[in-house]
Design a protein around this ligand. Sequence first.
Ligand code: DGL
Length: 272
Amino acid sequence: MDNRPIGVFDSGLGGLTAVKQLEQVLPGESIVYFGDTGRVPYGSRGKDTILRYAKQDMAFLLSQNVKAVLAACGTVSSVARSVGEALSVPFIDVIGPSAKAAAAATKNGRIGVIGTAATIQSDSYRSALLRINHKFEVFPQACPLFVPLVESGFVAPQDEVTRLVAERYLAPIRAAGVDTLILGCTHYPIIAPTIAGVMGKGVTLIDSGREAALATAEALKAQGLLSQEGAPRQVGYYVTDTPENFMNVAELFLGHSVEGRTQRIDIESYPT
Ligand code: DGL
């Protein structure tokens, strides 16, 4: 038993897709969420910068005495996994769990992967999928405009701008006849209804935040690290820019308010 919080982080709002799932499967657990809203996006930056940011993000979470770290960010999982693997607490990323879920879902072996430029360049999802079954055909596509759209609150299923962008990005993947699509950036499940509408029926969407949260729950159970039943529960949100926009989109997505529990921190004061 371990009553310390689970640490979850992302460059911004995307990791809330993991928090939403954690709240469902582990309702008794405390969570510290960190969203680097002042430095988002990570996915269009170089490896050195992503590594530096990831080190600071994880240093912040460790300073909050977390019992495990979930990198709810496809970009960090793809580029800076080594930083997480060197931690003194269990580390979970989004790549393996999402690849496993996609492998279980596909019938025709044709799998699409969408993510940030850094994630797609790293080939992380394709490698993980081919390790599971080398006969899979993988169709990757970077979708760099999705993150700023989500961070700016263009998330409603009826939002025309987001739909047009999705149509442009997803056309080649749809034409490839995939039956499964990994939403390889954790921001993308927030606009899953739009993506599903463009992909059409018959394509299973894999939510990387959700899959990583399920993997975290399994890891904590397996290692005897769940909180004691009835232990006091706290969920805190930390961001690096003004909290207002984060709170608005978070409330829309999580279905409950995060006001009063969201505060701004200075991430640059944490070691790289
Ligand atoms: N949500 C993140 C990911 O899963 C990062 C998006 C970004 O900052 O570019 O890749």
